[in-house]
Design a protein around this ligand. Structure first.
Ligand SMILES: [Cu+2]
Length: 123
């Protein structure tokens, strides 16, 4: 009887793991929870250099009084948040490729620049 109970618990736990795993990994829930934030200040990005892992998403939050963008150094072909007004946030931008991605603000140019460093995924 006791043994049967233990087996039942083990089953229930592994079932929960099976159900919880894929459900938790899918859709908006994960990207929201996993999104890292870069704060846009008056003329800088904070942190200036952000490390993420492949598959992570980054959101830029504008806490300044001016409009900013986060535009990749290759003229926005890797990513471009577009103009983000004061108090607004960008959509989540997902980084799948490893590497260093320098970017700058289109409005303020090189004086407002940052880098996203994408490392190998941890899993
Ligand atoms: Cu700017």
């Amino acid at each position: 009887m006791k043994r049967a109970y233990v087996l039942w618990v083990v089953c229930a736990v592994s079932l929960a793991g099976l159900l919880g795993g894929p459900a938790g990994a899918s859709g908006a829930t994960k990207s929201k929870a996993g999104a890292k934030t870069v704060t846009m200040k008056s003329l800088s990005f904070d942190p200036e250099k952000l490390e993420v892992h492949a598959g992570d998403s980054v959101v830029w939050a504008n806490k300044a009084h001016a409009t900013h963008t986060a535009t990749s150094g290759d003229d926005g072909s890797t990513f471009d948040t577009g103009e983000i007004g004061p108090g607004k946030s960008s959509k989540a931008i997902k980084f799948d490729k490893e590497g260093e991605f320098p970017y700058q603000c289109k409005v303020h140019g090189k004086s407002m620049s940052g880098t996203i460093v994408v490392k190998k995924a941890t899993n």
